[in-house]
Design a protein around this ligand. Structure first.
Ligand SMILES: *Cc1c(COP(=O)(O)O)cnc(C)c1O
Length: 481
């Protein structure tokens, strides 16, 4: 049993797995019943007896990968998960093997330095002042760019990142909440189409999910800045205290961006924290062509940006970024004498900024994914997938009996075939059973849509053609010969 021999077995198996997916030989998805899979994988025997190495490892991986969903398959178009850059996966291995929980600098100095570096890169993309390196003398105030510097932390996913950002908002807007509990009149204003992790955060932070008030939007669900100020003053008149406005960049369902500059103007005038949920769409910031979609994001207070969606980084890796680092530094308070004590240290800790205690070297996954081809490589990826979505929407719209929900702004495309909501779900179910195409579905404008998240750089317009053909066969099956 050695790292080299077992990793070589795994690498061989993974390359075969990706290869047969890429050439469309293997199914993209195989919904093996769990009881069958359990029999095939036989985990109980291995747990009891051990011996998972060499040929046993080879056999296990063959069975495991056989029923794994193949993100590398060009017809994998369902969810917003990256097909990781292979070097990103190598980073995950390095992280797993070194296992340096880096939230305390001394426990993982290299990992912490890389996390600091990727956060600084992201802060710079937003237009916020990166955090100075410890020991370089830059303080809180002033500086060449004026105002305090930004700050950030990587978390295990956008949901946890949204919770963290909203905890920071609560600490500023209701500073006594940590000790005394959350005031009963605190509310969050968010579009109905915001990600469910926002209402979960409201539940966890003690506002209650009923405290998420539906912001005025246009018919496509985008925040309407023209009606936002009246809405907020109306809430205040009723005695509510608005803790934060949440904007989508972009929305999960259809991938539309809220007008951030105008929304930020309203929030600034009214003294309300603006949180931008850019879990999926903040990656447009790396593209000179698409970054205008987030115009005004630098006026927000906080931003969430998932690297495991559009930055080709293996899950999980999400950034919480704030314009003023002090907001994030104040998000949590704690007593843990074994971790938190005065010390002279040559680096910086991240532990006070996160829910997590032991925290993986997530920065390394993002760093390897970025540094493999440089930031222009990721920009090209974002641009390619966005262009593919536009082409897919055009092709779908040209098909008789197909309707496209909105002109895509990102790499997400929603469409439906003529018929009721049940038909859309039936189409998706049959596609999934056939295993040659994997799509998702969503509700939008009170109807059910089929949904494509075009994450895979190997997906071509020909794959959209094949999908349309498959849907046509489901819609109107050929009569029996
Ligand atoms: C994907 C997504 C999330 C959730 O992020 P996870 O990393 O899956 O936890 C939150 N908000 C938006 C807008 C998203 O698209």
């Amino acid at each position: 049993m050695s790292l080299r021999t077992d990793a070589a077995i795994a690498v061989d198996a993974l390359e075969a797995f990706a290869g047969e997916a890429l050439d469309r030989h293997a199914p993209v998805i195989r919904q093996t019943p769990m009881a069958d899979l359990h029999r095939r994988l036989d985990p109980g025997r291995l747990i009891a007896a051990g011996g998972l190495t060499g040929d046993a490892l080879r056999a296990f991986l063959a069975a495991y990968l056989d029923s794994a969903t193949r993100l590398h398959h060009p017809a994998c178009m369902a969810h917003q998960v990256a097909v990781p850059h292979p070097l990103g996966a190598v980073a995950a291995l390095v992280d797993a093997f070194t296992n340096n929980p880096m939230a305390i600098y001394e426990m993982g100095p290299s990992a912490a330095t890389i996390e600091h570096a990727v956060l600084s890169w992201m802060l710079g993309k937003v237009g916020w002042r990166p955090e100075p390196l410890p020991g370089t003398g830059a303080g809180d105030g002033g500086g060449a760019h004026g105002g305090p510097h930004g700050g950030g932390v990587l978390t295990h996913g956008g949901s946890l990142a949204n919770l963290t950002a909203l905890a920071a908002a609560r600490a500023r807007m209701a500073p006594r909440a940590w000790e005394e509990g959350t005031p009963g009149n605190l509310v969050i204003v968010a579009p109905a189409g915001c990600h469910y992790s926002i209402s979960r955060a409201a539940g966890i932070l003690g506002l209650g999910c009923g405290a998420v008030r539906e912001a005025p939007t246009d018919p496509d669900g985008r925040l309407d800045p023209g009606r936002l100020a009246t809405f907020i003053t109306g809430l205040r008149r009723e005695g509510a205290q608005v803790m934060a406005v949440v904007a989508n960049a972009c929305s999960t369902a259809v991938g539309l961006y809220d007008p951030l500059r105008a929304v930020a103007g309203v929030c600034r005038d009214l003294g309300v924290w603006l949180h931008v949920d850019g879990a999926h769409g903040a990656s447009a910031l790396v593209s000179p062509r698409h970054r205008t979609l987030l115009d005004g994001v630098d006026l927000a207070d906080s931003l969430v940006w998932d690297a495991h969606k559009m930055l080709r980084t293996p899950a999980l890796c999400a950034a919480v970024l704030v314009r003023d680092h002090r907001d994030l530094d104040g998000a949590f308070r704690e007593e843990a004498s074994y971790l938190f004590h005065d010390k002279d240290e040559p680096g910086m800790d991240f532990i006070h900024r996160t829910v997590e205690c032991t925290k993986a070297a997530l920065g390394l996954r993002l760093f390897f994914s970025l540094a493999a081809e440089g930031e222009r490589g990721v920009a090209a990826h974002v641009e390619r997938q966005t262009a593919l979505a536009a082409a897919a929407a055009e092709r779908l719209r040209a098909q008789s009996g197909f309707t496209v929900a909105v002109e895509p702004q990102s790499n997400i495309v929603c469409f439906r075939v003529d018929g009721d909501d049940a038909l859309q779900l039936r189409v998706r179910r049959i596609l999934t059973e056939e295993g040659r195409h994997y799509v998702s579905s969503t509700e939008f404008r009170n109807r059910r849509w089929l949904r494509l998240a075009l994450m895979n750089p190997a997906t071509e317009i020909a794959d959209i053609e094949a999908l349309i053909a498959a849907i046509e066969r489901i819609r109107s099956p050929a009569p029996p010969a």
